[in-house]
Design a protein around this ligand. Sequence first.
Ligand code: ADP
Ligand code: ASP
Ligand code: MG
Length: 407
Amino acid sequence: MPLIVQKFGGSSVGDAKKIHRAAKRAIDAKLAGNSVVVVVSARGKATDELEQMAFEITDNPSKRERDQLLSTGEQISISLMAMAIQAAGHQAVSFTGGQVGLITDNVHSKARIQRIDAQKITSQLDQGKIAIVAGFQGVDENANITTLGRGGSDTTAVALAAVLRADYCDIFTDVPGVFTADPRIVPKARKLDRISYDEMLELASLGAGVMHSRAVEFGKKYNVLIRVRSSGTDEPGTEICQEADTMEEIVVSGVSLKKDVAQITLDHVPDTPGIAADIFARIAQANIIVDDIIQTEHQSGCATLSFTVDSSDLKTAQKVVDQASKNWPECKISYKNELAKVSAVGVGMRSHTGVANSMFTALAQAKININAITTSEIKISCLITRDQGPQALRAVHQAFNLDAKPD
Ligand code: ADP
Ligand code: ASP
Ligand code: MG
C-alpha cells in the first residue's frame, strides 16, 4: 500500500475550520488507498505566544524548560487533529515525539534527530489508523523533551517520510509553493514548479522560511520527494527533487533574505597556527552555528577575523570570544547586529558567468552598501544593513529577471 506523509503548518491548523479541512485531506488520502501519517505544527502563532510567556517570567529561561514549554503547542494540535478525524468517522491516533520514539541529541532548542522507531507508527498504520505525530519535538536519551529549532516540523515530516520510505511528503502551508523569493516581500515573485534539493537547501539556509533547511537535507540524503503546497487549494505546488539537466539552463532560480544576522570582528589577532582552531572550537562547544568566516592577514603579523552568527546567538558568541581573546592584548573586538544577508541561488551558476557582476550592480543602483561577500558553487551572498533588506531583495530579484511578467 502506498504510504504518504502530510505536514500541516501553523496557519493550516489555525482554527477549528482549518483543522477539519486538514483532517478531510488526510481522510481523502486514506480513502484513496494510502497509509497516511500526518505531522502537525502548533496552531497559528502558538509557539510565539509560548515564547512570550516564558519571557514574561524571565529574559533568560533555561533551554530545557523552554523546550518543555514550546513543545506543548504541537501537543494541542495533534490531539485536536485526531479528534477531527475521529469525528468524521475514521480511526486516528496521536503521538508526541517521545511517544513515537523520535530520539534527538541533547542540544535544546536546536536538537538533531538521531533515530525514529518506525515500528511504533507502522503497527498503527497496519491497523488502518491515520497516525498523527507532533512536529518540532523529540526526546533525548534521558527522556528530556527537545525541540528542533523554529520551523522544525518540516524536518519531523521529512525524517518520518525517510524512515517509513514514504512515496512522498506533502508540506501544506499558506503559500501555493516555493517562489522565486518570499512573496510577502517581493509581490512579483513567481511560483516554481520544481526546484533541486541543493538549491532549496541553500535558499532555506539563507532565509527562505518556507522550508526548514534540515528537512531538505533529509530529503536529499534519503531521496524523499517533497511537495510544497497550499493547504487551501488542490494545486500541485512545487516539487523538491533531484537535479534535472534542464535546471542548469536557469542561472538564478531564486533569491532570499536572512534578516537576523550579526557579525563579530576580531582585529589584530595573532597570525599564528592554532588561533582560528581555538576560537572556533570554543564556538562549536557553545553550540553556535557559524555562517561566513573571512580572515585577512596584515603585514604586521596580525590578522583580522570576521564571522557571522544568528542574531539570537550573538550574546553567547560575545562571551566566548571575550574569553578566547583574553591573552591577546592587541586584539580589538567589534560587533555588528542589525545586519541582513541577501543571496541569489541557482545550479546554473556553475556554468554561467556574470552573476556576481549583476548582483553587485543591482545593489549599487539601489544605493545599498555591501559589507561582505561570500560565494559557493551555486550561491552568492552579500551582507548588508538590515533595514535595506527588503529593498535589496526586490532589486536582486528584478536584476535576475525573476519578476513575473504582467498579465
Ligand atoms: P508553516 O506555518 O506552514 O510552516 P511558514 O511560515 O513556516 O509556514 O512558511 C511559509 C512562509 O514562508 C510563507 O508565508 C512565506 O512568507 C515564507 N517564504 C519565505 N521565502 C519563501 C519562498 N521562496 N517561497 C514561498 N514562501 C516563502
Ligand atoms: N511550531 C514551531 C514553530 O513555530 C515549529 C513549526 O511550526 O514548524 O517554529
Ligand atoms: Mg514552517
